[in-house]
Design a protein around this ligand. Structure first.
Ligand code: ATR
Length: 271
């Protein structure tokens, strides 16, 4: 039996053990996936203990993704660029770090919901770890342009430079968005934690726009409510991304792609 776990703090409400248990059952994989409460400032010790006990891989969530990036011996390109790791594999070749969040987001939008990103005007809200984690896969989807808006403009400008080689990308304040329209608006800010939304102009959504909140909750998030109130064609929270990033991690570890639709359905029914 192969052992995997998710490390975070807090961790009690993580859906990852349920998701991976469903993937394992579907694919007949002989594995156990648990959750581990990490101690802030001691991520490496926690990960080492799990590895020493024979663990095969870890998912990493808030607030340890940057610690995991430092801890890994080797990084995938997307993990390196993200500056954050959500998937660790303990292999004979060492500890390999990857980040499946961006792929999870793009797959949920494009495959599960039929949103075409190619050629679209995308607005990414926020310039912290969550934004950085999804930028490369987002740009590889071929949008017409990506604008990063952030309260602290300099952080948006830094990301625009860092990812400029992958596509047309600019930085903005919220204020400067007045008069602009976007086809896809992705919320990667932490504003939702206080049940608030960034200060967006009322007119920022193009006709039939897509709004996507990286956050999810049992109730509609503040950004999903904002999107509905402002006439978005589609308002999605991050539950689909959660399942898709998990599927990509499972694929990295097991070489098998689980079916995500049935898992998504089970999670929605349990809400
Ligand atoms: P995370 O890992 O969740 O991205 P982070 O790196 O601390 O966490 O980044 C939080 C992001 O949410 C930042 O873009 C932050 O804006 P600043 O860079 O200006 O701080 C944004 N944010 C947090 N609270 C916000 C709020 N109430 N309104 C708008 N943006 C907010």
């Amino acid at each position: 039996t192969d052992r995997y776990a998710v490390v975070g703090n807090p961790i009690a409400h993580s859906k990852s053990p349920r998701i991976h248990a469903m993937f394992a059952e579907q694919t007949g994989a002989d594995l156990v996936y648990t959750s581990v409460l990490g101690e802030v400032g001691r991520f490496a010790e926690t990960a080492e203990a799990f590895r020493a006990a024979g663990g095969r891989g870890l998912n990493v969530t808030v607030p340890f993704k940057q610690d995991a990036w430092v801890y890994a011996d080797r990084l995938s390109d997307r993990g390196e660029l993200a500056g954050a790791v959500n998937t660790l594999s303990f292999t004979a070749q060492g500890i390999i770090g990857d980040n499946t969040d961006g792929v999870g987001l793009v797959r949920d939008l494009e495959v599960n919901h039929g949103c075409t990103l190619a050629g679209r005007r995308i607005l990414l809200l926020g310039a912290g770890g969550a934004a950085r984690g999804v930028l490369q896969p987002l740009l590889l989807a071929g949008p017409g342009a990506v604008t990063i808006a952030n309260r602290t403009f300099d952080r948006a400008a830094e990301l625009a430079i860092r990812f400029g080689g992958f596509g047309y990308i600019t930085a903005s304040t919220y204020h400067e968005l007045a008069g602009e329209h976007f086809d896809v608006v992705i919320n990667a800010t932490a504003a939702g934690l206080d049940d608030s939304v960034p200060p967006l102009p009322d007119t920022v959504l193009a006709d039939n726009a897509w709004c996507y909140d990286l956050m999810y909750a049992d109730q509609p998030t503040a950004f999903v409510r904002w999107a509905r109130a402002h006439g978005a064609g589609h308002a999605l929270d991050g539950l689909g991304m959660l399942v898709e990033q998990a599927a990509e991690s499972f694929f990295i570890w097991r070489g098998v792609r689980p079916d995500t639709a049935s898992v998504m359905q089970a999670l929605r029914a349990a809400r």
